[in-house]
Design a binder for this molecule. Structure first.
Ligand code: IMP
Ligand code: MG
Length: 180
């Protein structure tokens, strides 16, 4: 499979940046006067986090989290393994998790449960993409960039087998390309 085999562009960089501006301004209003710990969930959340935080006019602290859920390649189990934890003590803090995509919702639902035990003042989720059709966990993202259909999405941080993360747009893989 070559890099040119991705499907058509679903969302352009320009659209993503415009949406990041809208949501950044909304977040600024919602947390006015407060400090906000923004948690970039690695690796997929990296591009969207960069776009978003440039538009948040608050006392922002940026931290990073790497968590993987056990399960098959297409369905996450929700059993979470944190491989890189936060450096920030979030007790009493307002925390915003920034994700690339919420699919089943299992990963984020378990992360929220885990991080609640650290007694933050609040926990919220901002996802670039929301694949509502596949939701099984009881999870509603607080901020959503775009709704996407039930496709295997790549680009703008999202990978297939670690490839395509760098694409400056959101695209998808055709099922026949995923099987090989
Ligand atoms: P969930 O636990 O099913 O919500 O899936 C969470 C994680 O699976 C996301 O943060 C992504 O890393 C990955 N994922 C889910 N859907 C896609 C997709 O369409 N393309 C690439 N990665 C995906
Ligand atoms: Mg992810």
């Amino acid at each position: 499979m070559s890099m040119t085999d991705v499907g058509e562009v679903l969302i352009t960089e320009k659209q993503i940046r415009a949406r990041a501006k809208e949501l950044g301004e909304q977040i600024t209003k919602d947390y006015r006067g407060r400090q906000l710990v923004v948690v970039c969930t690695l690796n997929g959340g990296v591009m969207w986090t960069c776009d978003l935080i440039k538009n948040i006019d608050l006392d922002v602290r940026l931290d990073f989290l790497s968590a993987h859920s056990y399960g098959s390649s297409t369905v996450s189990s929700g059993v979470i393994n944190v491989t890189h934890d936060l450096e920030t003590n979030i007790k009493g803090k307002d925390v915003l998790f920034v994700e690339d995509i919420i699919d089943s919702g299992n990963t984020m639902a378990h992360l929220l449960k885990l991080f609640k035990t650290r007694e933050p003042h609040s926990l919220a989720v901002c996802t670039m993409l929301n694949k509502e059709a596949r939701r099984t966990a009881d999870l509603k993202p607080d901020y959503i960039g775009f709704e996407v259909d039930d496709l295997f999405i790549v680009g703008y941080g999202l990978d297939f087998d670690q490839k395509y993360r760098h694409l400056p747009y959101v695209s998808y893989l055709r099922p026949e390309d995923i099987d090989d």
